[in-house]
Ligand binder design. Structure first.
Ligand SMILES: [Zn+2]
Length: 396
């Protein structure tokens, strides 16, 4: 890599980074990836055309560069998909009522879902335009600007949510440490971020066509963590517990909770009770029940598909065996026809030879008769001649 930038350091403090790909460096100390470029202030957004996370980013950049749905479509489709998925996980570890802040809440759908479930939830967006948009469509409170600029009381939050945010932070240690000061002693982070397979080189990822390659978005992803580096990251800021959960986009993401001490799972009955204290919470419970049914149908469909595929494989095998048997039968039939033709030819030839032999025998018989007649005549003549001689000799 000829443009290796030695001034770029990893979040862990290491500056001796190694080349990884055209745009990324690898930290041999913590196994993270670091964008090989310095970026300016991306946290303060005025919604001008040039601000990275301004209006342009959501209306033009994401749909045009990555083919993502527009923000209005996302606001509708994310609710029963990723937002519900995240809510279900959060309910297990921190049932309502709890005070939650989501950094980078985009359209605000998850904040809204959290409120409906019974949480006291607030969102935050760097873009004032998006903060207004989210407040407008979901009626939730969305703060605008960097977290460091907000007036939030220390140790006042139960949960801070960062979905697809950590990788964008210029100084993740500083920002997450600031957030940590806002959490109560038993407060937790709920985080989704790309998962770098730390033992693989860029070439290996390319050879495997790894989905993680999609996350090497060099115009916005500054830090990409592996599971071990994220564990070290939180350990260094004083959060010794990192509990990984299955990510909804598990082919390139990780999803986890982190706290000062180990997070505990609440009993199902407690979650149901927490949801049924409000009408909107009951609606969330109904949504979860429908989601359970959907998952059940998906599982059954997958089983039926697997069974169908297995039966189809058997049918294909039988078809192949039938085709082989047909081919064998055709080949044998062709051999029989050939033998029949050879037999007919042999019979015909036999008749010809037989006729020829009869002809030859008849000819020989005729010749023999002639010879016999000729011989008989000659013998008769000889006898006459001999008798004639004898009679002439006996006469004196
Ligand atoms: Zn590092």
């Amino acid at each position: 890599m000829d443009h290796y930038n030695q001034s770029i350091g990893c979040w862990c403090g290491t500056t001796a980074l190694e080349p990884f790909s055209e745009h990324y460096l690898f930290c041999p100390s913590c196994k993270s990836l670091r964008l090989n470029a310095s970026v300016g202030d991306v946290a303060h957004v005025s919604d001008g055309e040039t601000d990275l996370y301004g209006k342009y980013y959501y209306l033009r950049h994401l749909p045009e560069k990555y083919g993502y749905p527009d923000i209005e479509t996302r606001a509708r489709h994310d609710l029963p998909e990723r937002c519900l998925y995240w809510l279900r996980t959060l309910l297990k570890y921190k049932p309502p009522p709890s005070k939650i802040l989501e950094l980078g809440c985009a359209h605000g759908g998850f904040v809204s879902l959290l409120q409906w479930a019974g949480y006291e939830a607030t969102g935050l967006e760097l873009s004032p335009w998006l903060a207004n948009y989210a407040s407008g469509i979901f009626g939730v409170t969305v703060l605008a600007g960097p977290i460091e600029d907000q007036q939030i009381a220390p140790a006042s939050l139960d949960v801070i949510v960062l979905m697809d945010v950590l990788e964008h932070l210029q100084n993740p240690v500083a920002t997450v440490s600031h957030c940590l000061g806002l959490l109560k002693p038993d407060g937790i982070f709920l985080i989704q971020t790309p998962s770098f397979p730390e033992n693989k080189s860029y070439e290996q990822l390319q050879n495997e066509s790894s989905p993680f390659l999609e996350q090497l978005k060099y115009d916005e992803h500054l830090h990409l963590f592996s599971k071990s580096s994220i564990t070290e990251f939180f350990s260094r800021i004083g959060f010794d517990s990192v509990r990984f959960e299955p990510a909804i986009f598990s082919h390139y993401d990780m999803f986890f909770l982190s706290g000062r001490t180990a997070v505990t799972v609440h009993p199902q009955e407690e979650i149901v009770t927490a949801l049924t204290v409000s009408p909107s919470g009951r609606l969330m419970q109904a949504l979860i029940d429908i989601d359970d049914e959907k998952r059940n149908w998906i599982r059954k469909y997958a089983e039926a598909e697997a069974d169908r595929a297995a039966r189809l494989a058997v049918i294909h095998k039988l078809e192949q065996q039938l085709a082989e048997a047909e081919a064998d039968r055709t080949a044998k039939l062709a051999a029989i026809h050939k033998l029949e033709r050879q037999h007919l030819t042999a019979q015909k030839r036999f008749r010809q030879i037989s006729q020829e032999l009869h002809g030859i025998v008849a000819e020989r018989d005729k010749e023999l008769e002639i010879v016999k007649t000729s011989f008989s005549w000659r013998i008769t003549s000889l006898l006459r001649w001999v008798l004639g001689k004898i009679s002439s000799t006996e006469k004196p």
